[in-house]
Design a protein around this ligand. Structure first.
Ligand code: NAG
Ligand code: NAG
Ligand code: NAG
Ligand code: NAG
Ligand code: NAG
Length: 522
């Protein structure tokens, strides 16, 4: 992400007043600056973590379900620092990221929610899905307060996916009446897009997976099938299928003739990962059944376009949401079948081309391949990652290839493994070597059944916040005072999710002490 291009949104006063809100008081400090300072009262453990929730009048959404969950976790935990980190992070999306809520101009029943990624005032499809997803733990019915956030996010994401399926971050909808500055950076992209709608247009396949996963979460928790037939969800799925099909095409046709790709991207940037080589087309690919993802979940350019984790996610959630599609009376004939067929084709492609031999002779998943035999062996902290595969529901954690892959990812054989005295976790070329991502330590805990490994991962995350009590994007693995992004909404959300899942899965671990003397030996 590119904070330097961030635009500030300014509510256009009277016009916005008729909408659901929020129109925060002018005295509310922006959370971007609020999160840069520590606030009392500090937690009473050794980490003295800051209290980071804005005062109630400055929160962007109130949910009794989420407040109840915070009290519940308070009861389950004994470590004051652990509870403080949860208390700050779990409600963070609601406290600070719901930039606007309202209804579609042409349908007074269609809820919309514009959810910003944190310190950048644009809505990323993936980030917004991941910022809302952790609330599935408290979502029980379509009448819950929090259900409206799911529907609002899905409706707006659906609209964006119909307008520009290859773009990843968007400006507020016209209904919000927010003054916006189009992104001033210079990009050359095909297909072209509207600069008043789109903020950035890096095509990242996991955006499709994120939308489908959030759809699945909402459906399985509420059973509200009618919602999916009412607005633009079916068209959004058609847009996803068409865009994916176009990016399954190989670089050369059966007669060897070059096939121009459906999507290209070039930008002026200081970083090689900020643009695509080969005139915006990236490296050639052979047919595999998988879908190209020229950019990664980090927004960095891929080396090889078939990103295995994003294809896992797409396959798993196309399959899952086909179950919704087949229940919709107004769905076009055969659409659910098309979703299943693509899901199966991608899964076959992963098995055939995505499983490779590691230097130690074990079979593991590659991070990226090109279908010609090119393979990139690594993992990146951003989700979907290889580490996250069981959390995506693509496979069981006891899968042999996954376990081999996990050992590789959490070892010095992974070029982005960051080891140190503060935190040991996967990093990302999005920052630099040696900068571990707490989000990857959180994902390690989420995908482990080993109590010591879970406790140690949480301990490292607690130690990594530099007493701010929020999840940083990356942290120098030897020095907690060197970190990036004071406000990283996605990371906060994933920490809250991990604790909520642990409360179900292994509540006894929440009773542990995470104070310094309890350091494990990993
Ligand atoms: C949340 O509740 C507080 C009072 O506790 C109120 O001042 C604030 O306006 C509410 N926020 C929204 C978005 O409704
Ligand atoms: C927390 O525990 C107390 C005492 O056991 C109990 O009375 C209360 O209902 C619990 N609250 C929640 C939200 O679970
Ligand atoms: C409603 O407006 C949205 C966004 O402007 C548009 O994409 C959609 O097609 C419209 N729906 C109808 C039924 O006109
Ligand atoms: C690449 O695709 C071509 C054409 O379909 C095929 O002949 C060739 O075997 C493929 N290469 C690999 C490594 O699969
Ligand atoms: C893997 O775990 C699943 C349940 O999560 C279980 O049904 C299956 O038998 C396990 N497989 C092996 C090989 O242990």
């Amino acid at each position: 992400m590119l904070p330097q291009y961030a635009t500030r949104l300014v509510a256009a006063g009277a016009a916005a007043a008729s909408l659901v809100g929020p129109v925060l008081s002018a005295t509310c400090q922006s959370y971007t600056s609020y999160s840069q300072y520590r606030h009392e009262p500090y937690s009473t453990g050794a980490y003295a973590l800051s209290y980071q929730r804005p005062e109630p009048a400055c929160r962007t959404f109130n949910s009794t379900a989420v407040e109840d969950a915070i009290l519940q976790i308070k009861n389950l935990t004994t470590d004051p620092d652990l509870f403080r980190l949860f208390e700050n992070t779990y409600p963070n999306t609601l406290d600070a990221s719901i930039s606007w809520r309202g209804f579609a101009a042409n349908n007074t029943e269609e809820e919309l929610a514009f959810i910003i990624t944190g310190d950048i005032d644009a809505m990323w499809i993936r980030d917004s899905a991941n910022q809302v997803a952790p609330y599935r733990s408290v979502l029980k019915s379509k009448d819950d307060d929090i259900a409206s956030i799911f529907r609002g996010a899905l409706n707006l994401q659906g609209r964006y996916l119909i307008i520009s399926p290859y773009c990843n971050a968007f400006l507020p909808p016209p209904e919000a009446n927010l003054h916006v500055q189009p992104n001033g950076a210079s990009y050359a992209v095909t297909p072209p897009y509207d600069h008043h709608v789109v903020f950035t247009c890096n095509f990242e396949l996991d955006d499709f997976g994120a939308f489908l996963q959030l759809s699945h979460d909402y459906y399985t928790r509420t059973g509200d099938v009618d919602f999916f037939g009412k607005f633009q969800w079916i068209q959004a799925i058609q847009s996803i299928l068409a865009a994916s099909e176009a990016l399954r095409k190989p670089t050369y046709g059966p007669d060897g003739a070059w096939i121009p790709p459906a999507y290209t991207f070039q930008s002026q940037t200081m970083t090689a990962f900020g643009t695509l080589g080969n005139n915006g087309m990236n490296y050639p690919v052979n047919y595999t059944g998988m879908v190209r993802s020229p950019f990664r979940p980090s927004d960095d350019a891929a080396i090889y376009d078939f990103q295995i984790p994003a294809n896992m996610m797409l396959s798993r959630y196309l399959e899952a949401t086909a179950q919704i599609m087949e229940k919709l009376p107004n769905a076009p004939q055969g659409l659910a079948g098309e979703m299943r067929e693509m899901a199966a084709g991608i899964r076959d492609g992963i098995e055939q081309y995505g499983v490779v031999t590691a230097p130690n002779g074990q079979r593991i998943f590659a991070y990226e391949v090109d279908g010609f035999g090119g393979q990139n062996l690594m993992d990146d902290a951003n989700i979907p990652s290889l580490l996250s595969a069981p959390s995506l529901g693509y496979l069981e954690a006891n899968d042999t290839i996954y376990q081999n892959t996990r050992k590789f990812v959490l070892s010095r054989s992974n070029p982005w493994w960051c080891q140190g005295s503060v935190i040991n976790a996967v990093g990302s070329p999005h920052i630099k070597p040696g900068a571990a991502w707490p989000m990857a330590a959180i994902m390690r805990a989420m995908t482990s059944d080993d109590d010591d490994e879970i406790i140690n991962s949480i301990w490292e995350v607690l130690q990594s916040t530099d007493r701010f009590g929020l999840i940083h994007e990356s942290v120098n693995s030897f020095d907690a005072s060197q970190w990036t992004r004071s406000w990283f909404g996605w990371g906060n959300a994933v920490f809250g999710q991990m604790i909520m899942e642990l409360a179900e899965r292994k509540p006894e671990l929440l009773k542990e002490s995470f104070q310094p003397r309890h350091r494990g030996s990993l």
